[in-house]
Design a protein around this ligand. Structure first.
Ligand code: SF4
Length: 385
């Protein structure tokens, strides 16, 4: 079993490894093999935490990691589980979480590759990943004098448009890009974000599977699916915090808002983290647009992201965890407050709970009052004839 396939189970080569496994998926499910429980964890963490890393610790394929076989086989079983949830937003969220986790692993691989050449951990390099997504001919590194590590790349305009979204911010719009010979200039980090989009599309491909409920593998997985549905409905029932108190926002979100207010473009992960947080505390797309009115974030991009993040059942896609935000350089963990909560939403919740009810002024009430006052004044004015 190639540990790299377990680490990147959506690679073409991993499909062959699954097909060549000693037991078929129905046999594994019928036997309630460890891969089944890991698949359930994969989906649960994707939908509730935005990551598919095992709770016990990140999987890096090293010799000390548990069972690479279960890790690999959990991926196709997780795809079946998420299909059985019968929810389009669940599929979207699952694919986004697989992509985000894979990108974290890829960044770690590239750092290892840049630093420690001999490592017991199996790693991929950028060329492997570009080839995996047929991007090897479409992406060229810009040579840097005196360094073997490029900081910028040129990506052909077709793949660039396919793998990026205007919702990621104005800086991604083609009109704001250096374009020469049919190729767009991107930084290394931007190239990784585009690769993240390619991973998400690969994971999303073919989902949801059409499976007859109550038959075959669907029947075998019925209790796992019910367990996931119960967890999701509990979360939906609990509802968002539903109070907007900017003075209690965690430092990461304050920093992102401050940055956007200074007119600085937020990167894709930064704007995603901020939007997921604002939706997570119960703000509607209209409220988020109004809240971000005087920032570098544009209304169209905000609407696109927030409508995607809030699904029709009210289940929220949580903002990335503190650990992920720390990897992106978004979190600085002031006074080690990461100890208090694992993600910005939970941290905000603890601050709201600790505050005196009388101290909290909901931003929406303040702004609603202002607009009501305006309407009242208009209504009270004499009408000229
Ligand atoms: S520890 Fe968590 S809540 Fe605090 S700044 Fe970092 S990401 Fe935000």
């Amino acid at each position: 079993m190639d540990a790299l396939h377990a680490k990147y189970p959506f690679f073409e080569g991993a499909r062959g490894a699954v097909a060549g496994a000693s037991a078929s998926l129905p046999e594994l499910v019928a036997a309630d093999a460890p891969a089944v429980d890991r698949a359930r964890e994969r989906v649960e963490r994707a939908l509730l935490e935005g990551t598919v890393e095992p709770e016990a610790g990140a999987f890096d394929g090293s010799a000390v990691d548990v069972d690479a076989r279960s890790e690999l086989l959990s991926y196709p079983i997780a795809r079946i589980l998420v299909s059985l949830l019968d929810s389009e937003p669940a599929v979207e969220k699952y694919a986004a979480a697989e992509a985000s986790t894979a990108l974290d692993r890829l960044r770690a691989d590239l750092e290892r590759d840049d630093g420690l050449r001999s490592t017991p951990t199996p790693t991929v390099d950028l060329d492997d990943v570009l080839a995996e997504f047929d991007l090897d001919d479409a992406v060229r590194a810009e040579p840097v004098r005196g360094s073997r590590d490029p900081t910028h790349y040129r990506i052909e305009v077709g793949p660039y448009l396919r793998l990026s979204s205007p919702a990621w911010g104005d800086s991604w719009r083609l009109v704001n890009r250096a374009l020469a010979d049919g190729a767009v200039r991107v930084s290394r980090e931007e190239l990784l974000e585009a690769i993240g989009a390619a991973i998400e599309a690969r994971v999303r491909e073919g989902l949801p599977f059409e499976l007859e409920a109550g038959e075959g593998i669907a029947a075998e997985l019925e209790s796992r699916v019910s367990e996931l549905k119960r967890l999701l409905s509990e979360r939906t029932y609990a509802g968002p915090i539903d109070v907007v108190a900017p003075e209690l926002f965690p430092p990461c979100m304050e920093n992102l808002i401050g940055k956007a207010e200074r007119g600085v473009e937020l990167s894709g992960p930064e704007s995603f983290a901020l939007m997921a947080f604002l939706v997570g505390i119960g703000m509607s797309p209209d409220e988020v647009v109004a809240f971000c009115a005087d920032t570098s974030l544009d209304a169209e991009g905000i609407r696109y992201q927030t409508e995607y993040l809030a699904d029709d059942r009210g289940t929220q896609y949580p903002p990335p965890t503190c650990e992920t935000l720390s990897n992106y350089g978004i979190c600085h963990n002031e006074e080690d407050h990461m100890r208090v909560a694992a993600d910005p939403l939970s941290y905000y919740e603890t601050r709201v709970e600790a505050a005196d009810d009388g101290e909290i002024v909901d931003w929406r009430e303040e702004n609603r009052d202002e607009s009501d006052d305006g309407e009242a004044a208009t209504e009270g004015e004499p009408v000229e004839k």
